[in-house]
Design a protein around this ligand. Structure first.
Ligand code: FAD
Ligand code: NAP
Length: 253
């Protein structure tokens, strides 16, 4: 079903918890009257910072049937909102836009049997919500999650990923790509190197092709551009509603 375009307004939410996952990663849980959303969509969070109010977009990590909004974010050096978010404590108020928006959702993907979910950093967030839907397992024969991070401690949310792997052993594979440390459990290097070196396809036993693959890319713009260039060599292009392709993207910064 096409994703409708919605107008959003801020509503008040109350922080339930703000868990520090690593040196600069946090999981923020917010109680609010959460309206229905599709896995992969984002809300805007707004807080007073100095004399201003600052609002920025953040993907929802929780499953669509979970009434508590969860945000996975990292602090950015001198970042205005991310550092204010990191200081939040249980009981604090925060404004959240409702309903959620965005087209980075399963319904907007081309009809292909194999889905590649590629993220760098907090770009993992939308996929955590998707992995907790029934739809992803109905829509795809195979799903490969590829997460690129700087250090091993940032391979977070294993408590969501490992049960999904155990529940769908024939369908789901999860791969970490760690750039600044050794990574005995996955690939050592960028997600782009995992693809261009042939490691990714060899390791998964799957081939990325315009016939079989739908690819979601989420994270920084450089990764998205570099991945798109590699996929273009395989005749894989951006997927549009009026022109079928393979790739959909969500650029965080
Ligand atoms: C649709 C959408 C969804 C997003 N979802 C998330 C999310 O789920 N989690 C999340 O952490 N961020 C997410 N972002 C990024 C987020 O909106 C903010 O840009 C980020 O938190 C920085 O805000 P700030 O005010 O602290 O930084 P600013 O003071 O605005 O500084 C901006 C600078 O910080 C850097 N930067 C911005 N975002 C990031 C980032 N995530 N990681 C590293 N460096 C960054 C860039 O170099 C940018 O120029 C999303 C952005 C978009 C557009
Ligand atoms: N990660 C940290 O601990 C940390 C701490 C403080 C500041 N920073 C800075 O903050 C900014 C954001 O860092 P981030 O870790 O939040 O997000 P990020 O830059 O998106 O990095 C996350 C992962 O994506 C990789 N990556 C970056 N560009 C890529 C590309 N073009 N193709 C494929 N993979 C790519 C990074 O590899 P590389 O490591 O090879 O870049 C890293 O493994 C960066 O400028 C970073 O230097 C990072």
């Amino acid at each position: 079903m096409p994703t409708p375009i919605t107008r959003s307004a801020f509503v008040d939410g109350t922080v339930l918890s703000n868990q520090r996952l690593s040196e600069r990663l946090y999981a923020l849980r917010i109680n609010l009257a959460l309206q229905p959303f599709r896995a992969g969509q984002f809300v805007r969070l707004q807080l007073p910072v100095g004399d201003d109010k600052v609002a920025k977009s953040y993907s929802l990590v929780n499953a669509p049937d979970d009434p508590v909004a969860e945000i996975f974010f990292n602090t950015v050096p001198d970042g205005r909102l991310s550092n204010a978010l990191a200081a939040l404590q249980a009981g604090d108020l925060i404004e959240v836009s409702q309903p959620a928006n965005g087209f980075f959702v399963l319904d907007e993907l081309p009809q292909k049997p194999e889905l590649w979910l590629v993220a760098t950093g907090t770009g993992l967030g939308p996929y955590l919500s998707m992995l907790r839907t029934a739809a992803i397992w109905q829509q795809f024969e195979r799903v490969v999650l590829v997460h690129g991070v700087a250090v091993r401690a940032e391979r977070v949310y294993q408590e969501i990923i490992q049960p999904a792997l155990a529940e769908h052993p024939e369908k789901l594979q999860s791969i970490s790509c760690v750039t600044q440390e050794d990574n005995p459990d996955g690939f050592q290097g960028r997600v782009t190197s995992a693809l261009s070196s042939g490691w990714l396809e060899q390791h998964t036993g799957l081939t990325l092709s315009s016939e079989k693959s739908a690819v979601m890319l989420c994270g920084n713009h450089a990764m998205i551009n570099d991945m798109k260039a590699l996929l273009k060599e395989r005749d894989m292009k951006k997927h549009l509603r009026h022109k079928a392709g393979n790739i959909v993207t969500e650029q965080y910064f």
